[in-house]
Design a protein around this ligand. Structure first.
Ligand code: PHB
Length: 399
C-alpha cells in the first residue's frame, strides 16, 4: 500500500474560497490551528467574478480582525464607499440615502479582492493552505477523530486528522450531503442574470437597480474604467449568442428615461449567465461537521448578500468552535445553527423581496406591473418604506 502522509490539526476546512479562508483566519486569531483544502487553484478563485458589495459589518470584520497590516486596509483605500443606491423605474432614478436613513454605508469591493486579501493574510500568518488538491473525502464523522483525505497535485495520498471539519465548499457543496437528516428549502426563479464586465467610464456614482417593462437591469461598477452590469435574462440564455451591440441596445432600452441618465458604453470584456436560486439547508452542524456560506445556503444575487452572509456565518462559527475546543465539549456547537439561521432567513427574505420587486415574472400581467411600480413609488416616497431597504442592504448588525 502506498504511504499516506498524515497531518494532525484542530480544524480541517474543506473549501478555500472567502468563506473557508475567513473561518481559518478567525480561528487563527483565536489561537486555533486549521488546514484549508480546495480542489481549485488560487488563480481560478481569484479570477471568478462574483458580487461586489460589502455590508458595513463585513468591512469591519476585514479591518478589525487583522486581515490587513495596520495602515494597509486595502478595502478602505481601493474600495468605494457608497452612502446610498438608486432605484430606477418609470424612466427616472430615485436615490435611497442609507446614511440619512440608518447612518450606515456599504463598500463596493469585489469578492475576488476579498479572496486575494484573505489569502495574503493567511499566507503571511503561516496558514496551511492546500489548493489544487483532488479526490477530497471526509471520513469518520461519527468517530473520535474525523479525517479528510485527498490527493496532492502529484497524485500522492494525504490525510488531515482533525477535531472538527468545516464544510465551506460552496453552492455545489459535497459536505452538505454529510449532514445527518437535513431539511432543505429552495425556490427557483424563471430567470437568470446576464452579467458583463466592460471597459467604460462610470455611468453613475452609485449602483442603479432598474425595473423596466423589458425586465431588470443593474448598473454596477468596478474601477474608473471598468464597469460591471447585469440584466435579467432567460436561465438558458447562451452568452455567446450576444454581440456587444445587442447587449448595449438591451441595456439601453432597460435604463431609457427622461431624466438625462446616460449609460456609458464600451467593449464587453466578459459575459456570463448567473444562475438564480434561493436555498437553505439545516442543521448547519452535524457532529463535528459545521457548514458555512454557500454550502448551507444560496441567495439570488439581487442585493449582493452571498459573501456578507458567509462572513457572518464565519464569525459565529469561529466563536462556537473556540468555545467548544476550549471547553472540550462539542455540545456547545448546538447553538450555531439557530444563531446563523436567524440571519440566513432574514437575508433570504430580503434577497427574494428585492428580486420580486424589480424583475419581470414569467407570467407577469398588467396588474403585476402596476402593483410593482406602486410598490417602488411607495418605497422611495416614504421614509418608513425606504428604511427597511437601507437597513437590510447595509446589513443588520452582527452580535
Ligand atoms: C456587483 O457589483 O457585482 C453586484 C452589485 C450588487 C448586486 C449584485 C452584484 O446586487
Amino acid at each position: 500500500m502506498q504511504d499516506v502522509t498524515s497531518t494532525r490539526t484542530q480544524v480541517a476546512v474543506v473549501g478555500g474560497g472567502p468563506a473557508g479562508l475567513v473561518v481559518s483566519h478567525l480561528l487563527h486569531t483565536a489561537g486555533i490551528e486549521s488546514v484549508v483544502l480546495d480542489t481549485r487553484d488560487v488563480e481560478e478563485i481569484a479570477t471568478t467574478h462574483r458580487a461586489g458589495i460589502l455590508e458595513q459589518d463585513s468591512v469591519r470584520l476585514l479591518t478589525e480582525t487583522g486581515v490587513y497590516a495596520a495602515g494597509a486596509e486595502r478595502v478602505l483605500t481601493d474600495g468605494d464607499r457608497h452612502e446610498g443606491v438608486f432605484l430606477r423605474f418609470g424612466g427616472e432614478s430615485h436615490r435611497v440615502d442609507f446614511e440619512a436613513l440608518v447612518g450606515a454605508s456599504v463598500w463596493l469591493y469585489p469578492q475576488t479582492e476579498v479572496f486575494v486579501d484573505l489569502h495574503a493574510a493567511r499566507t503571511r500568518d503561516g496558514g496551511d493552505l492546500r489548493y489544487g488538491v483532488s479526490d477530497t473525502a471526509v471520513h469518520d464523522l461519527g468517530g473520535r477523530r474525523p479525517r479528510v483525505t485527498y490527493r496532492d497535485t502529484g497524485g500522492a495520498e494525504h490525510e488531515v486528522v482533525a477535531d472538527l471539519v468545516v464544510g465551506a465548499d460552496g453552492s455545489r457543496s459535497a459536505s452538505r450531503d454529510l449532514v445527518a437528516a437535513p431539511e432543505r428549502w429552495s425556490r427557483t426563479y424563471p430567470f437568470a442574470w446576464f452579467g458583463i464586465l466592460c471597459e467604460a467610464p462610470k455611468s453613475a456614482p452609485e449602483l442603479v437597480y432598474t425595473r423596466s417593462e423589458r425586465g431588470f437591469a443593474l448598473i454596477s461598477q468596478r474601477t474608473e474604467s471598468v464597469q460591471r452590469m447585469y440584466f435579467q435574462c432567460d436561465p438558458d440564455e447562451d452568452p455567446d449568442a450576444w454581440s456587444d451591440d445587442r447587449i448595449w441596445s438591451e441595456l439601453q432600452a432597460r435604463v431609457a428615461g427622461s431624466d438625462g441618465f446616460a449609460l456609458q458604453e464600451g467593449p464587453v470584456l466578459e459575459r456570463t449567465v448567473l444562475p438564480f436560486r434561493s436555498f437553505v439547508q439545516a442543521p448547519m452542524r452535524s457532529g463535528p461537521l459545521l457548514l458555512a456560506g454557500d454550502a448551507a445556503h444560496t441567495v439570488p444575487p439581487t442585493g449582493a448578500k452571498g459573501l456578507n452572509l458567509a462572513l457572518a456565518d464565519a464569525r459565529l462559527l469561529a466563536e462556537h468552535v473556540e468555545l467548544a475546543l476550549t471547553k472540550g465539549d462539542l455540545d456547545v456547537l448546538d447553538g450555531y445553527t439557530a444563531r446563523a439561521l436567524e440571519r440566513v432567513w432574514r437575508v433570504q427574505h430580503f434577497s427574494y423581496w428585492m428580486t420580486a420587486m424589480l424583475h419581470l415574472g414569467a407570467d407577469s400581467t398588467d396588474f403585476d406591473e402596476r402593483r410593482q411600480r406602486a410598490e417602488l413609488a411607495g418605497l422611495v416616497s416614504s421614509e418608513a418604506g425606504s428604511t427597511y431597504l437601507a437597513e437590510a442592504y447595509t446589513g443588520w448588525p452582527t452580535r
